[in-house]
Design a protein around this ligand. Structure first.
Ligand code: C2E
Ligand code: MG
Ligand code: MG
Length: 520
C-alpha cells in the first residue's frame, strides 16, 4: 500500500523520478520477500535449535535415554496419574554388576558401548509407555504405571533380567551383562513423594546386589533401615573430623606353638549418641559415599603405629603381625602401594609385620588388576584372602595369586563344621590346596573347643575367634604377657592361646600407647 501511494505522488515529478522510484519499489518488494523468507528461515532454524536444546536438556547424550532431570519430571506426572486412576506403579532401579571391571579392563569406549547396549535392551524389555532413564554412571531407572498389582511390577523386573541373560557381543567377545534391580511399588494411596520411590528402589537394589538375587522388592523393614542410613551418612562426615573412630585388635593365635600369631585391626565408631558401632552398621554407607578411603587410611595408620609401639615395649612383639582390612575403594586407588610404603615409614614398622586382608569377592572382581597387589607384595607386606569360601568363584583362581600368602577361612564354615559334614570336607580340601600352594590357613570365628579340636585335626594351627578373645582396644592388650609364648610364661596352659583374665588386664599407663609422632 505504501509503495502504490508513493508511485502516485511521484507521477507528478517526471519520468526519471518514476524510474528511480520504480526501481526502488522493485528492490523494496524483493527485499521484503527476501526479508520475510529470511525471517521464516531464522524462525524455523531457531525453533529447531530450541527443540534440539530442549531435547538435549532432557536426554542423556550417550544413550539417548531420558536423563535424571527428565526422569523426575516424568515420574511426578506418572505418580499423579496412577494415584488418581487408582492403579499400581513401579519404580525399578538398576545397577550393572562389575561394570567397573569392564570399563577398567576393556577401556572407556567399550564401557560406553556397553551402556548403549544396555539402554537398548532396557527399552526393548518394557512397554513403549514406560519411562526409561539413565540415572547416572551405570545406573538406570524404569518407571511403569497403570499396572494391575505388585506381581505385574515384579514381572517387569523378571523380564528385564531374562533379557539381560543373553550375552552381548562387545568388541568381538561375548559378554554377559549382569544387573541388580531394586523395585519400589506404589499402590493407590501411597503417601510417599515420587522421589522417595527412587530412593527406596535404590535401597532395594543394594539388597539385591548383596544377596546376588537379581532383584529385590523394597519393604517396610527396609524403610526403617533407609532412615537409619541417612542418619549414618550425615553423622559419618562429622565422625572423621571429630576423631570418633577407634581401632580394636583381635588376636590371632598359633595354637600349636602356643603363642600369639598376630592381631587383626577392626574399626569401631564411638558414636556420640548410639554408642560403639561395629563396621556392619556403617562401612557400606562409607563405601557408597566415598568415605571408605579416608577411614581405611586412618585404620592403616593407627594399626601400624600401634604395632610399632608394641615393638618398642616388648622384643617378642616383633614376631607378631598386624592385619589390616583393605576395602574395594582403596584398591581402586593406584596410589595405594605408595601410601602403604609411606605409612610403614611414618610408623617405623617393618613391612614384614603388616598383612593386608582383602575379601575374596573383591579379589575376584579385580583379577585383572593384580599388578597393584604385586607391587604391595614387593614391599614385603603379606596379603591374605579374607572370608575365603564365601565368594561364588571356584578355587581355581587362587593359583593366579602368587603374591597372596594367607587364606582366612570364613566363620560360616567354622560355625557349621561338624565331623563328617560337607563343611569339614571343604575345610580339608582348602587345607590340602593351601599346602600345595604354600599358603598359610587361618580359621576365623572359632568359638568353642570342639571347633578348635576339629580344626587342629584338619591341620590348621592359626585361629581367631571369641574362644580366644573378642576384639579389644589397644590399652587392653598387655604386652608383658601377650607377646611371650604361653609355655614360657606359666608352663603348659590348660587351653592354648590367651585367657580372658589377660584381656581384662589393662596397662598401668595407657598414655604410652598414644600414636607416635610423625616421622619425617
Ligand atoms: P573380617 O575381616 O572377616 O573380621 C572378622 C570379623 O569376625 C570381625 O567382625 C570379628 O569381630 C568377628 N569375629 C571374630 N571372632 C568371632 C567369633 O568367634 N564369632 C563371631 N560370630 N564373630 C567373630 P567385625 O569387627 O564386626 O568386622 C566385620 C567386618 O567388617 C570384617 O570382617 C571386615 O570385613 C570389615 N572391617 C572391619 N574393620 C575394617 C576396616 O578397618 N576396614 C575395612 N575395609 N573393613 C573392615
Ligand atoms: Mg578381615
Ligand atoms: Mg573375615
Amino acid at each position: 500500500m505504501i509503495f502504490v501511494f508513493v508511485v502516485y505522488t511521484l507521477q507528478g515529478l517526471g519520468s526519471e523520478a518514476l524510474i528511480v522510484a520504480g526501481a526502488a519499489g522493485v528492490f523494496g518488494a524483493l527485499g521484503g520477500a527476501v526479508g520475510s523468507l529470511w525471517h521464516n528461515w531464522t524462525i524455523r532454524h531457531a525453533s529447531a535449535d530450541i527443540a534440539r536444546a530442549e531435547h538435549d536438556a532432557r536426554h542423556d547424550q550417550l544413550t539417548g535415554l531420558l536423563n535424571r532431570t527428565a526422569l523426575f519430571h516424568e515420574l511426578d506426572s506418572a505418580f499423579q496419574k496412577s494415584q488418581s486412576a487408582d492403579t499400581t506403579m513401579g519404580v525399578l532401579f538398576l545397577d550393572l554388576d562389575r561394570f567397573k571391571v569392564i570399563n577398567d579392563s576393556m577401556g572407556h569406549e567399550a564401557g560406553d558401548e556397553l551402556l548403549r547396549i544396555v539402554a537398548n535392551r532396557l527399552q526393548s524389555s518394557v512397554r513403549g509407555s514406560d519411562v526409561v532413564a539413565r540415572f547416572g554412571g551405570d545406573e538406570f531407572v524404569v518407571v511403569c504405571r497403570d499396572l494391575m498389582n505388585e506381581q505385574s511390577v515384579v514381572a517387569v523386573a523378571e523380564s528385564i533380567l531374562r533379557n539381560f541373560s543373553e550375552p552381548v557381543s562387545l568388541y568381538g567377545g561375548a559378554q554377559v551383562i549382569s544387573t541388580s534391580i531394586g523395585v519400589a511399588i506404589a499402590k493407590p494411596d501411597d503417601h510417599r513423594r515420587p522421589e522417595d520411590l527412587v530412593r527406596d528402589a535404590d535401597a532395594a537394589m543394594y539388597k539385591a546386589k548383596k544377596a546376588r538375587s537379581g532383584y529385590a522388592v523394597f519393604d517396610e523393614e527396609q524403610r526403617l533401615l533407609v532412615i537409619d542410613r541417612l542418619d549414618i551418612e550425615r553423622d559419618l562426615v562429622r565422625a572423621l573430623d571429630e576423631d570418633q573412630f577407634e581401632v580394636y585388635y583381635q588376636p590371632l593365635v598359633n595354637v600349636d606353638e602356643r603363642r600369639l600369631y598376630g592381631f587383626e585391626a577392626l574399626v569401631r565408631w564411638n558414636h556420640p549418641t548410639r554408642g560403639v558401632l561395629g563396621p556392619g552398621a556403617f562401612l557400606d554407607v562409607a563405601e557408597e559415599t566415598g568415605m571408605m578411603a579416608a577411614i581405611g587410611e586412618l585404620v592403616l595408620r593407627e594399626a601400624c603405629a600401634q604395632a610399632a609401639v608394641w615393638n618398642h615395649l616388648s622384643p617378642d612383639a616383633r614376631n607378631i603381625r598386624m592385619s589390616v582390612n583393605i576395602a574395594e575403594q582403596q584398591l581402586l586407588d593406584a596410589n595405594l602401594p605408595a601410601l602403604i610404603e609411606e605409612v610403614l615409614d611414618w610408623a617405623g614398622l617393618p613391612a614384614g609385620q603388616l598383612v593386608l586382608e582383602i575379601i575374596e569377592d573383591v579379589i575376584v572382581d579385580h583379577l585383572d588388576g593384580l599388578n597393584m597387589l604385586r607391587a604391595i607384595g614387593r614391599l614385603g607386606v603379606g596379603l591374605a584372602i579374607d572370608d575365603f569360601g564365601t565368594g561364588q568363584s571356584s578355587l581355581g583362581y587362587v593359583k593366579q595369586l602368587d603374591m597372596v600368602s594367607i587364606l582366612k577361612i570364613d566363620k560360616t564354615f567354622i560355625n557349621e563344621m561338624r565331623n563328617g559334614d560337607t563343611d569339614r570336607a571343604i575345610i580339608d580340601a582348602v587345607v590340602t590346596m593351601a599346602k600345595a600352594l604354600d599358603l598359610r590357613v587361618v580359621a576365623e570365628g572359632v568359638e568353642n573347643e570342639q571347633q578348635l579340636r576339629d580344626l587342629r585335626a584338619s591341620g590348621i594351627s592359626i585361629m581367631q575367634g571369641y574362644l580366644f578373645n573378642q576384639p579389644v582396644t589397644a590399652k587392653n592388650v598387655d604386652p608383658d604377657s601377650w607377646f611371650q609364648p604361653r609355655a614360657a610364661v606359666n608352663g603348659e596352659p590348660k587351653k592354648p592361646g590367651l585367657t580372658p583374665l589377660e584381656v581384662s588386664r589393662a596397662f598401668a599407663n595407657p598414655e604410652q600407647h598414644k600414636r607416635p609422632a610423625r616421622r619425617v
